[in-house]
Design a protein. Structure first.
Length: 133
């Protein structure tokens, strides 16, 4: 919390929209892959009133996809989001066995019980995770 607030100071202090965006990029790039989930889970990027919050989230998710796609998939299942849809789609198209192995080692929550039945059908398309609600 407090450290995250301190890291937002450069964005708060920026005088122009361009400077705020630049500071947002810098903060997102400064975080380690291990920190990404905590920033997203805790909502530490709490600035409002501009595109910075959405930009920050998109940068973090893109970095997570590149550096730790399995971690992103686990987080996405835990939080019932489609944030990992790009990873799932890429694996379904190019590495279907990797996707199957991932789900074997990380079984979806009970509310995703129908996924094995339709996985084969969805491997041919962009796969959107089943929602739990």
């Amino acid at each position: 919390g407090a450290l995250a607030g301190k890291k937002l100071d450069a964005i708060r202090a920026a005088g122009t929209q361009e400077a705020r965006l630049s500071a947002t990029f810098a903060l997102a790039d400064s975080l380690s892959p291990a920190e990404i989930g905590a920033w997203l889970d805790n909502g530490w990027f709490n600035l409002r009133g501009g595109p910075e919050r959405l930009l920050f989230r998109n940068i973090l998710l893109a970095r997570w996809r590149e550096t730790d796609p399995e971690g992103l998939l686990v987080w996405s299942m835990k939080n019932d989001t489609s944030a990992a849809q790009v990873v799932i789609g890429a694996w379904a198209e190019k590495e279907p066995q990797r996707l199957i192995d991932f789900y074997k080692s990380h079984p979806p929550p009970a509310c995703y019980a129908s996924w094995p039945i339709k996985l084969h059908q969805r491997l041919k398309r962009s796969w959107i995770p089943y929602r739990c609600h």
